[in-house]
Design a binder for this molecule. Structure first.
Ligand code: FES
Ligand code: FES
Length: 226
């Protein structure tokens, strides 16, 4: 099924102002700084120059169509939008967490097309668990994405979700969605022969609260029952 996003999900129509973002702020600040520094050299710049400047500030955008948790979405987005921001801010799926926003914590891990990839780079044969904060959404045109919201089968928890409950494997819970999505990938990849192997293949997902032992146990429990 195709879900055409309301217009409010895409960039504002041409001619309408867009709300300021961190990126816009930085870009604007940089542009203003550049103008001040160059002010002495370009004093009296022509109106044509001003028009060129404002055209250059329009962010490049593109249409992306992807299936998230079995539901098709199409949106026009700023080409610099991360998959994480698309999920959380435009598709209303806040289960995927934003921790470091820099690829260092794993809180934003989702599954893309079911195969493993490193740091958002698609290997030959497909994608896998990815850090959605590092993945440009426009690169996923046509892809299938699974987030924590799409893991349960109706009211029935995914076996790894159930194992997290059984093992009491969460405390603050902030890292939990990423841990679970990464754990599902780890199990599917078959890297679960020992606790050490699980730790190695889950090393991109950080838990700072002392639950890590239980997280590993939950992955072991699920792998044994697979
Ligand atoms: S938010 Fe930390 S790796 Fe993406
Ligand atoms: S459950 Fe929050 S950091 Fe581990």
């Amino acid at each position: 099924m195709s879900t055409e996003l309301p217009e409010s999900y895409g960039p504002p129509p041409e001619g309408q102002p867009s709300p300021p973002s961190r990126r816009t702020f930085i870009a604007t600040t940089t542009a203003v700084g550049g103008a001040v520094m160059a002010g002495g050299l370009v004093a009296g710049a022509s109106p044509t120059g001003a028009a060129e400047t404002s055209a250059a500030e329009v962010p490049p955008s593109g249409r992306v169509s992807l299936t998230v948790n079995g539901k098709r979405h199409t949106a026009v987005i700023d080409n610099r939008t991360s998959l994480l921001d698309l999920l959380r801010e435009q598709l209303g799926l806040p289960g995927t967490k934003k921790g470091c926003n820099a690829g260092a914590c794993g809180a934003c891990t989702v599954l893309v097309d079911g195969e493993r990839s490193e740091m958002g780079v698609p290997p030959a044969g497909g994608w896998g668990r990815v850090n959605s904060c590092l993945t440009l959404a426009v690169r996923l045109d046509g892809a299938e994405v699974t987030t924590i919201e799409g893991l349960a089968d109706g009211d029935e928890l995914h076996p790894l979700q159930q194992a997290f409950v059984d093992q009491d494997a969460f405390q603050c819970g902030f890292c939990t969605p990423g841990q679970i999505m990464s754990g599902v990938g780890c199990i599917e990849e078959g890297h679960t022969d020992s606790a050490e192997e699980i730790r190695e293949w889950m090393s991109g997902n950080i838990c700072r609260c002392g639950c890590y032992v239980k997280i590993v146990r939950a992955v072991e429990q699920t792998a044994r029952r697979k």
